[in-house]
Design a protein around this ligand. Structure first.
Ligand code: THU
Length: 132
């Protein structure tokens, strides 16, 4: 199975682990590390709504916590093939740089974009190095 299919498949699987009792919007994500490992995540909601963490960030933070620092692609699975939120776009850009992002819907249709296209004119580490 190629990397894209593997990521899509694992992101879809991770949707089953979603904890979304408030929104019912189940999201799964999977990120491929530079060395070919695949780490999954799902959204985890909280009664104090703002404490919720999105699937993409759960996958990425989990990967970092497991010792990975470089990433090559990411997939996100939802029922409607929805796009990542702004916070996740920012974290993806910071941790992954320019990588392909696969957005898959409940029927398995995949829309392909990139982390850079999702966050044009990003604020990042380079923005902090310009003199005042
Ligand atoms: N959600 C994600 O997991 N990823 C996104 O990029 C968009 C939103 C989750 C958060 C919350 O649990 C639910 O979807 C509805 O916003």
């Amino acid at each position: 199975m190629d990397l894209k299919s593997k990521l899509v498949h694992i992101a879809q699987d991770m949707r089953q682990r979603s904890r979304a009792p408030y929104s019912q919007y189940r999201v799964g994500a999977a990120v491929a590390t530079a060395d070919g490992a695949v780490i999954g995540g799902c959204n985890v909601e909280n009664a104090s709504y703002s404490l919720t963490c999105c699937a993409e960030r759960v996958a990425l933070f989990r990967a970092v916590a497991e010792g990975h620092r470089h990433f090559q692609a990411l997939a996100v699975a939802t029922e409607d093939g929805g796009s990542p939120c702004g916070a996740c776009r920012q974290v993806m850009w910071e941790l992954c740089g320019e990588i392909p992002v696969y957005l898959v819907d409940g029927k398995g249709a995949v829309r392909e974009t990139t982390s850079g296209r999702l966050l044009p004119a990003a604020f990042d580490a380079d923005s902090l190095s310009s003199p005042t």
